[in-house]
Design a protein around this ligand. Structure first.
Ligand code: PBG
Length: 331
């Protein structure tokens, strides 16, 4: 009997560390990371978020310190989310338009601390400012009205840009908001302020800890299904992305992250646009819970999931694990 050998041995290139390094198809660097941070009032305040172990809300001094830490770690961009004081939340969310609100003051604190060494991404949506926790304005039946909401989001985005935001990121899922925001930014002379649209944002069960962090969770009545996408849909995500590109988005986001990597891949294959994904709060909490339960190694879980985003085609990932990942990458 003649010996039989496999025609191809896939294991040959995997046998040694140097060979695995040589054949590696994707790389993750700190420059792929965007670090989301929660802002709160006061001075010298750090409030741990119970449902996000290891994540805190920081007052402005702490936010500036985190921004410096990001620069030192090679993280190019941070995303800001305010926990607005209860007495500044209202039906119409008008605190979003206050030029001296927590968000605007945080942008300026970062600029004072870091100059232009870091990008500041700001969320455009009304949920941190409304007394009902929805991302927009409600009609009498509690329906989030589109065009009236867009008019407010436009002013919110210009307010953030004028405070010094580099990237405004509409996360509201109203129709037509990207074009309206782009036009308003141009008219305000903010030609270089980018728009990263949350183009394919799903009505997800993975946002719970975030809503705790910005204080909107307890306020929210009902759900966000009349504007955020149905998790069953993929083709619809491509239509959303096509519209946002046509309306002037510089980059697009898919959110949540890991459960929607198929959407990332489809967007990447269809469009020549930078695609980002948001590894959201519930995903972070899931990894932390798994590690705490001894179900997996925390650092390995973090790095494997982040590499999966790169493999799927992401230009970058918004992740609460950004500083840990940057450290593990040797920054
Ligand atoms: C709000 C917004 C949400 C997130 C980012 N922007 C929550 C929501 O839509 O209810 C979620 C981020 C996360 O879960 O980490 N417009």
């Amino acid at each position: 009997m003649t010996a039989s050998y496999p025609a191809t041995r896939m294991r040959r290139t995997r046998a040694t560390a140097w060979s695995r390094a040589l054949h590696r198809e994707n790389v993750l660097t700190p420059a792929d990371l965007v670090w989301p941070l929660f802002v709160t009032g006061g001075q010298g305040v750090e409030e741990p978020v119970a449902s996000l172990p290891g994540v805190s809300r920081w007052s402005l001094d702490g936010i500036a310190a985190r921004a410096k830490e990001a620069v030192a770690l090679g993280i190019p961009c941070i995303a800001l989310f305010p926990n607005t004081a209860a007495d500044r939340r209202s039906d119409d969310g008008k605190e979003a338009l206050n030029a001296d609100n927590l968000m605007c003051r945080a942008i300026k604190a970062i600029r004072d601390a870091c100059g232009n060494d870091i990008g500041v991404l700001t969320d455009v949506a009304l949920d941190p400012y409304t007394s009902h926790g929805q991302d927009g304005l409600l009609d009498r039946d509690g329906y989030v009205v589109n065009d009236e909401t867009v008019a407010v989001l436009v002013d919110q985005a210009v307010n953030q840009a004028q405070a010094g935001a580099d990237i405004v990121a509409p996360s509201d899922m109203m129709d037509g908001r990207v074009r309206a925001i782009r036009m308003a930014l141009e008219m305000a002379g903010q030609h270089n302020v980018q728009i990263m649209s949350y183009a394919a944002k799903y009505a997800s069960a993975f946002y719970g800890p975030f809503r705790d962090a910005v204080g909107s969770g307890g306020l929210l009545k009902g759900d966000k299904k009349s504007y955020q996408m149905d998790p069953a849909n993929g083709d619809e995500a491509l239509r959303e992305v096509a519209l946002d590109i046509a309306e002037g988005a510089d980059s697009v986001m898919v959110k949540p992250g890991l459960p929607y990597l198929d959407v990332v891949r489809r967007v990447k294959e269809r469009f020549d646009v930078p695609v980002f994904a948001y590894q959201v709060s519930g995903e972070y909490a899931m990894i932390e819970a798994a590690a705490a339960a001894g179900a997996g190694d925390r650092e390995a879980l973090v790095m494997e999931t982040l590499m999966a985003f790169k493999r799927a085609g992401c230009a970058g990932v918004l992740t609460y694990h950004a500083p840990l990942a940057a450290r593990l990458l040797g920054a």
